[in-house]
Design a protein around this ligand. Sequence first.
Ligand code: NCC
Length: 276
Amino acid sequence: RPKLSGPELLCHLKSQVQVLTLTPDLQPFASLSWASQLPDKAVTSELGPYKSCAVVSSAGSLRNSGLGKEIDSHDAVLRFNAAPTSGYEKDVGSKTTIRLINSQVMASDDHRFLSSSLYSEGALVGWDPAPFSANLSQWYNRTDYPIFAQYQRYRRLHPLQPFYILHPRFEWQLWQQIQDNMAEPIQKNPPSSGLLGTVLMMSLCEVVHVYEFLPSRRKTELCHYYQRFYDAACTLGAYHPLLYEKNLVKRINQGTDRDIFTYGRVTLPGFSTLNC
Ligand code: NCC
């Protein structure tokens, strides 16, 4: 198979990957009493469109980056999981428009998901690694973590905060794009929150800057900018096909290698701006 160019890859992503969230009309939710707690419309018809967006990876290499002002200057900022801003404003900014959280964060007690103010700014988007090609009913009955009970509790406590859940089809359509562009078979685990969030923002924004997903000269084994924990697997991947995700993002980057090296910054076009 011939290797696709950056623009060809972007058009494949746009046409093959549909950013979709759960809505009350989908089965099995439509038959469940709490379905009305799900947002009426998909995330892409309720949030945005935004002009410029920042995706802030949680990488340790954001430490001492001084990127906070630049990140906050975007119209919308996406953050991940339990990544804080308080105390780290100089490096990561303080604005949160969307927080993408995995099911581990949603369901575990350590993260105090129901009570911590960390999760109360902006819109929430949750996701769970659904089994490959499972339909919604199969997944509903065996999510990795009990996210649906937790979702209902959270909605009762914070009824006004927008809270979406990614449709697993989106995870696997994106996984397929990574696999289609690699010569070797990759592990059948869904993409990391980092890539899911990047593609989510490409569907909501005209231009997306991703910070420290492709590591800068500050590259470090420090896992997160907010924790003293060292593990190279955080940057290179183990469960998630992270290295392949990064390879894909490198190929669609429209910024310079210098931007990556100096700022850890990648520039991606929003899907709405592509002429495919
Ligand atoms: O670490 P995590 O990811 O929350 O990071 C968010 C995204 O930032 C990118 N990243 C992070 C660290 C790093 N050194 N380099 C990076 O490029 C990745 O794209 C990553 O997705 C996840 O994807 O949801 C993940 O979540 C954590 C963990 O569940 C949460 O932080 C909550 O504690 C996972 N860690 C473990 O399960 C131990 C991680 O594998 C993936």
